[in-house]
Write a protein that binds this ligand. Structure first.
Ligand code: V4E
Length: 202
């Protein structure tokens, strides 16, 4: 399955409207540790390596065909086995992944804890995230079976959002906002590399 998602900044009324007819699924707290090397080679090439609750994940850009930038939706492929991550980073297994990342110069660059409330409404999943650094953000997601359904799912999400009175606009994700607030040099490097787009600066 492929997860198609769009981020939104909601006010309290938006949240209320979106969740009043939704089923509450769960509330979870998780900590993400993002990793980077000294050259910032991962994030400046749109690759995002993190450890979430003890498990490593690497997000890589999907395909340009479905990176529907004009709607501020980006698609990523998620590698979640250590073996896939070794291969994608081109590093050799000598110890465990945490140690091998360290030896190859990949170190923590950001640690953020999120409380996520999850709701379901029809085919859509709604995540309301609040972070330990004061940023709140939400995501509307839809699962599709394969790549051919991605464009349709994007349309569905945009329609659903518009029907619920939400503005379709660029939004800074949690990590990007963390870096903007706490690691301005790293943030500037992402702007220079056009990973953070001009529209996300306002
Ligand atoms: C910063 C970033 C990525 C890493 C964080 O992914 P994100 O989806 O924001 O995190 P989260 O916690 O919601 O993950 P989930 O629980 O859904 O797996 S992946 C891609 N980016 C960069 C990025 C970008 N350049 N532009 C936009 C609009 N979003 C993200």
């Amino acid at each position: 399955m492929i997860e198609v998602e769009k981020k939104f900044i909601l006010n309290k009324e938006d949240e209320q409207r979106l969740t009043s007819e939704a089923d509450f699924i769960s509330e979870k707290v998780f900590t993400d540790i993002y990793y980077e090397d000294a050259e910032l080679s991962l994030t400046t090439s749109d690759r995002w390596l993190r450890e979430r609750s003890g498990k490593f994940e690497l997000k890589l850009p999907f395909s340009n065909e479905h990176n529907v930038d004009e709607h501020f939706i980006n698609q990523y492929n998620e590698l979640d086995t250590d073996q896939e991550i070794y291969l994608a980073l081109g590093i050799h297994k000598k110890s465990d992944l945490a140690q091998d990342l360290f030896v190859n110069g990949y170190l923590p660059c950001a640690t953020l804890t999120t409380t996520r409330k999850k709701y379901r409404r029809g085919d859509f999943t709604i995540d309301l995230d609040s972070t330990d650094f004061g940023y709140t953000i939400s995501e509307i997601e839809k699962l599709v079976a394969d790549e051919t359904n991605v464009t349709l799912a994007i349309d569905d999400i945009l329609k659903f959002a518009t029907l619920n009175g939400l503005a379709i606009s660029p939004v800074r994700g949690k990590l990007i906002e963390y870096l903007r607030l706490n690691k301005p040099k790293h943030f500037d490097a992402l702007v220079s590399a056009n990973i953070v787009k001009q529209e996300q600066l306002v």
